[in-house]
Design a protein around this ligand. Structure first.
Ligand code: DGY
Length: 320
């Protein structure tokens, strides 16, 4: 029997799985657990189930080297110092695959929402300002045969490309460190350097992980190459965009709009300037928030814990 701490409530199915395997699970039911409290809780635990909002840095890991596994309830794990965890012999796992469609669907929703000005149009109607059919009202951007630039052609990026290809007959461009032959064959996708890609794309959608190479990838100098009237979608990590540079670009009206499920910081303070643009849609990091995805994330994150505690391989390791 092992003690397991879960930093937030997750669908019960995973927790039941841990309990059925004979483990003792403590679930934090508040949304404000300090680092000090977390350290105290983890003291007698062998496994920790984390969220992307938890900071698992070297300082934390120094005091938790007794952990056998840190199971991240997300595909991204930039909040965890993985190299340091590995040096302490702690296995880190994540939840890829099961949230691919959910996150791509959210990127697709943001794209349509921005392109067809759904938020300002809906606000207009619900505020009683809908006085009649407007020949020049809320004119959107057509996505039919648009050129879509995918930044990061991993699972989610490819699924988003598939949706755009099917729905809009889009031409697909992608930026990735490696060539993706199957992706190219399936969707006629073309690999380009980033500057070239942003200068040709009507839609830019970010799907790469956050790391030292991708932090502020979208900065002032890259924005200078972005095609006028493009739509920028980010469902990956806020820090991939230099937000000050984004604000300048929005002020200059270069972009048709932006859809951001991720920002820096999170949550974005209510008085932040990004909220003042009616061509920007901001959602509170809900990429994987479907009942199905969260259920499967719960089962996967907890199966990884059971496996590691039983001395077998986890299903989705980041490190072993
Ligand atoms: C993840 O799981 O890392 C994504 O941010 C989901 O939205």
């Amino acid at each position: 029997m092992a003690n397991i701490f879960c930093t937030r409530e997750i669908p019960r199915s995973g927790i039941r799985l841990l309990e059925q395997a004979g483990h003792q699970v403590t679930v934090n039911t508040t949304s404000s657990l300090s680092q000090q409290q977390l350290l105290k809780e983890v003291k007698n635990c062998q496994a920790l189930l984390t969220m992307l909002s938890d900071t698992i840095d070297a300082e934390f890991l120094e005091q938790c080297s007794h952990l056998k596994i840190i199971s991240q309830f997300a595909v991204g794990y930039n909040n965890i110092d993985v190299a340091c965890a590995k040096s302490h012999g702690i296995v880190v796992t994540n939840t890829p695959d099961v949230l691919t469609e959910a996150t791509a669907e959210l990127a697709f929703s943001l794209l349509l929402c921005v392109a067809r000005k759904l938020l300002p149009a809906s606000a207009n109607a619900s505020a009683g300002k809908w006085t009649g059919w407007e020949p020049l009202g809320f004119l959107g951007k057509s996505l039919h045969k648009s050129t879509v630039g995918i930044i990061g052609a991993g699972r989610i990026g490819c699924e988003f490309a598939r949706m755009c290809k099917g729905a809009f007959h889009s031409d697909i461009l992608y930026y990735s460190r490696s060539k993706k032959s199957t992706f190219e064959q399936l969707y006629g996708a073309t690999q380009l350097q980033l500057k070239e890609l942003v200068s040709q794309s009507d839609v830019l959608s970010i799907h790469c992980p956050l790391n030292s190479e991708t932090a502020h990838l979208f900065n002032e100098s890259l924005f200078a190459h972005v095609k006028d009237g493009a739509i920028l979608i980010n469902t990956a990590r806020g820090e991939i965009i230099d937000q000050d540079a984004l604000l300048k670009v929005l002020e200059s009206n270069k972009l048709f709009g932006a859809g951001l499920d991720v920002t820096s910081p999170e949550p974005l303070p209510p008085d932040h300037k990004l909220y003042t643009f009616d061509n920007v849609v901001i959602t509170p990091h809900i990429g994987s928030a479907t009942l199905k995805a969260r259920e499967e994330m719960s089962l996967l994150a907890c199966t990884n814990i059971v496996n590691v505690l039983e001395g077998t391989l986890p299903l989705t390791p980041v490190t072993v």
